[in-house]
Design a protein around this ligand. Structure first.
Ligand code: ADP
Ligand code: NI
Length: 202
């Protein structure tokens, strides 16, 4: 398999699966996670190709996107075999994408797995993370925010419950540095949000 051809085939595979997902798991999320994973791999001395491929594929067999993650993983292995990815590389990719999800909360065993988890988490914070939160909220009929404590979940609540904690969960030093920057964007956003929500102007 020529690397460029393999990467192109992987992009097509992801595109036909996730192009229209409105919940924050779209093609562009996979593209960003792949790009960030590849850069983190370079900084951390990990295998850049495994990190990039695993970044592209990290949500393909996720239980949020498929009823049968095991079947999706088998299908993914078949696809990677068909496009000529060597068996050992496939094993490394599968290993890296398992247990990556924030909700599963596991620490991956390989450096490439840790890197893809960091890249996925970085995409949940900062300006893009904020945008994804409200896209997810809208897609699920969730309110932006409410002043009444009626127990209804809101997207702002998700920022407080989950996202402000994400920066402290990074595995690698390179991701920690980027997470710090993105964490500040979140905190600034919350401050401005509440000022504007209350109808205050300078
Ligand atoms: P991934 O599987 O890519 O790690 P998740 O499925 O956990 O991501 O979430 C996808 C996106 O939707 C993230 O940006 C996340 O912050 C957001 N999200 C998840 N749950 C909620 C929620 N209850 N309210 C608002 N946004 C959410
Ligand atoms: Ni993801």
């Amino acid at each position: 398999m020529a690397t460029n051809e393999g990467m192109l085939a992987i992009k097509h595979y992801v595109a036909q699966m996730l192009a229209d997902d409105p919940t924050g798991h779209d093609y562009e999320h996979m593209k960003r996670v792949a790009a960030v994973a590849s850069q983190l791999a370079e900084k951390e001395g990990a295998d850049e190709l495994i990190a990039e491929m695993a970044g592209w594929l990290h949500d393909v067999a996720d239980s949020k996107l498929t009823d049968d993650p095991q079947a999706a993983t088998r299908e993914l292995i078949r696809f990677l075999t068909d496009i000529g990815v060597p068996k050992l590389t496939i094993e490394q990719i599968i290993q890296a994408i398992e247990d990556v999800s924030f909700s599963k909360g596991n620490v991956p065993t390989t450096l490439e797995g840790k890197i893809v988890q960091d890249a996925d988490r970085l995409d949940a914070i900062g300006a893009v993370g904020i945008a994804r939160t409200f896209a997810f909220g809208g897609a699920h009929g969730q309110l932006i925010h409410t002043d009444t404590k009626d127990g209804r979940a809101t997207s702002i609540q998700h920022v407080y419950n989950k996202l402000v904690k994400v920066a402290s969960l990074m595995n690698t030093a390179a991701a920690k540095r980027e997470a710090n920057k993105r964490h500040h964007v979140l905190i600034d956003f919350l401050e401005h949000f509440h000022e504007e929500w209350e109808g205050r102007i300078d």
